[in-house]
Design a protein around this ligand. Structure first.
Ligand code: AP5
Ligand code: MG
Ligand code: ZN
Length: 216
C-alpha cells in the first residue's frame, strides 16, 4: 500500500515517472493536469472553468482542485494506494488533502521531489509531444517516436500541449517557484519529503524513486 505524491516543476518528469511507477506498483496514477485537459476536451463545466487558467499557465483555483481530488480518491481503484501527479500544488491544497486523509484514518507515505534545473525543463517542454489517443509522452530529441508525429503504441496523432509555448512555460516555472515550492518545507516538517535527481535517464530516475520508497 502506498499513497505518494510526485512533486516537481513543469517538465520534471512527473507524468513519465507516474506512468512507469503505476505499472510497476499496480496502483493508479492520478494526474490533475490530465483530468483537467480531458474536461476541457469534453467541454464540461469543469473544463470551461479551468481552460483560461491553464492556457495562461496559472493555477486553477484551490476549491475546484480539492473537490476534484476528493471525488477521485473515493473511486475503488484508489483503495490500495495511488500516485498523485500535479496535486497538491499549494499549501492550501496540501492542508485540504491532509484533512481529507485524516478523516478516514490515513496519511501520505511519501512525497518525492523530482528535481531538474530550469534550462533543462524549458528544453524538455518545448520538445514534448503527446498522443491524442492514449496520452503517451514523447520528446522530439530525447525520446522521438519511430514515425514522425505518430504514436508508437497506438498509431494516434502526436500533438504539442497548448501551454508548452516558451512564454507560457516561463509563467508556469514562476508559478511553481512562488506557489508550489513552499510545499517542500511543509512536507519536510512531516518527515515524508525526499528529493531525487531527475536529470538522468528515465529508468535511472525510476530506480532512484523506488529506492527512496524502499520498494526496489
Ligand atoms: P500539469 O499537466 O500537471 O503540468 P505541469 O505540472 O506543468 O507538468 P508537466 O505535465 O508539464 O510536466 P511533467 O512533470 O509531467 O513532465 P513529463 O513527464 O511530461 O498541469 C497543467 C496545468 O493544469 C497547470 O498549469 C494548471 O493550470 C492546472 N493544474 C493541474 N493541477 C493543478 C493543481 N493541483 N492546482 C491548480 N492547477 C492545476 O516530461 C516532460 C518532457 O520531458 C516530455 O517530453 C518527456 O518525454 C521528457 N522527459 C521526461 N523525463 C525525462 C528524462 N528523464 N530525460 C529526458 N527527457 C525526459
Ligand atoms: Mg504531466
Ligand atoms: Zn498513443
Amino acid at each position: 500500500m502506498s499513497r505518494m505524491v510526485l512533486f516537481g516543476p513543469p517538465g520534471a518528469g512527473k507524468g513519465t515517472q507516474g506512468q512507469m511507477l503505476a505499472e510497476h506498483l499496480g496502483i493508479p496514477q492520478i494526474a490533475t493536469g490530465d483530468i483537467l485537459r480531458a474536461a476541457v476536451k469534453e467541454g464540461s463545466e469543469l473544463g470551461r472553468q479551468a481552460k483560461s487558467y491553464m492556457d495562461a499557465g496559472d493555477l486553477v483555483p484551490d476549491g475546484i482542485m480539492v473537490e476534484m481530488i476528493r471525488e477521485r480518491l473515493k473511486a475503488d481503484d484508489a483503495s490500495e494506494g495511488y500516485i498523485l501527479d500535479g496535486f497538491p500544488r499549494t499549501v492550501a491544497q496540501a492542508e485540504a488533502l491532509d484533512d481529507m486523509l485524516e478523516a478516514i484514518g490515513q496519511t501520505l507515505d511519501a512525497v518525492i521531489h523530482i528535481h531538474v534545473e530550469n534550462e533543462v525543463l524549458v528544453e524538455r517542454l518545448s520538445g514534448r509531444l503527446l498522443c491524442r489517443d492514449c496520452g503517451a509522452t514523447y520528446h522530439t530529441r530525447f525520446s522521438p517516436p519511430a514515425k514522425d508525429r505518430v504514436c508508437d503504441q497506438c498509431g494516434g496523432e502526436l500533438y504539442q500541449r497548448e501551454d508548452d509555448q516558451e512564454e507560457t512555460v516561463r509563467s508556469r516555472l514562476t508559478v511553481f517557484e512562488e506557489r508550489t515550492q513552499p510545499l517542500v518545507e511543509y512536507y519536510r516538517r512531516q518527515g515524508i519529503y525526499q528529493k531525487v535527481d531527475g536529470d538522468r535517464e528515465p529508468q535511472a530516475v525510476r530506480d532512484a524513486i523506488l529506492a527512496a520508497l524502499g520498494t526496489d
